[in-house]
Write a protein that binds this ligand. Structure first.
Ligand code: SF4
Length: 279
């Protein structure tokens, strides 16, 4: 089968940095904690668990005085304070773009704006940003706009992994809402945008499109959504093992892309197997 891989896909610089910090820490210290999965990819989480990285969802599960890795999604200031109170040695692998988003939200609040985050309220990156400011609204789509206070000045930022379409659509709708003053900061991650553009370009020219990535990965879900708009033969998979090969019958050219938390070895294994597939 002919296989074409998207020009931009797989690990982004923020994830590469967090992975390399975790590897060095594990080599130096043995056992460490990660507050939440280091990335949204179960294969990677499992391989790190085997090397001594304990993933916990609550600070209560962390032993006093331990080393704790803050993943690329970042953490809220209150969580950092709680960790310090437990005597934790904190190693911060928050992506620089997530740090920038947090700082922009803090600055907007200092300037007197009510902060609006366009994103998913349960995503860890968004929870971290929400924890940086006092008065904040999270807007997942234009349907949530009725929650915004009409009499306030709004300072708008966006979850880094959202697409420019959603950001533009929500900001456009807010602009129509008669708010007193708006300040919009573009906090989208260019790496994500480039992955989305190259996935869309590729999916239009193939018989079947595969998006590889964890089921919890927001940026992978976004790639799937975008590709489905242009190619209804788009499938979200975590790896080669898990899919029904009968969907390949009658297809000559396959496209492959992958979320920012999908390791290169998963992509390579998938592509090699797909190339060798004989229906
Ligand atoms: S997707 Fe972008 S913002 Fe998120 S970790 Fe990667 S580089 Fe950073």
């Amino acid at each position: 089968m002919e296989v074409i891989v998207a020009k931009k896909c797989g690990f982004c610089p923020g994830v590469t940095n967090a992975i390399s910090i975790a590897e060095k820490l594990l080599a130096d210290k043995g056992n460490i904690y990660s507050l939440g999965p280091i990335i949204h990819n179960p294969d990677v989480v499992e391989s790190f668990a085997n090397k001594g990285l304990k993933t916990v969802n609550s600070i209560d599960e962390i032993e006093e005085g331990s080393t704790v890795l803050i993943r690329s999604h970042g953490a809220a200031p209150a969580q950092i304070e709680q960790l310090k109170a437990k005597g934790a040695k904190i190693v911060d692998a928050t992506c620089v773009l997530v740090k920038r988003l947090q700082q922009k939200a803090i600055d907007l609040e200092k300037e007197g704006y009510e902060v609006v985050v366009i994103g998913d309220k349960n995503h860890p990156e968004v929870r971290g940003v929400v924890g940086c400011v006092k008065n904040v609204a999270v807007i997942a789509s234009k349907d949530d706009l009725c929650n915004l206070p009409k009499d306030k000045k709004l300072g708008i930022v966006c979850q880094t992994t959202k697409g420019p379409e959603l950001f533009g659509e929500v900001v456009g709708e807010i602009a129509r809402g008669g708010f007193k003053e708006l300040k919009v900061i573009n906090t989208l991650c260019k790496e994500t945008v480039h992955r989305q553009e190259s996935a869309v370009e590729l999916c239009k020219n193939v018989d079947i499109m595969f998006v590889l990535g964890g089921l919890q990965s927001a940026n992978t879900h976004r790639l799937v959504e975008l590709c489905k708009k242009h190619n209804n033969q788009t499938f979200h998979l975590q790896n080669w093992k898990e899919f029904d090969k009968s969907i390949l019958f009658g297809k000559a050219v396959a496209g492959v892309t992958a979320g920012a938390s999908t390791p290169q070895w998963v992509i390579n294994e998938f592509v090699e197997n797909l190339k060798a597939f004989k229906g």
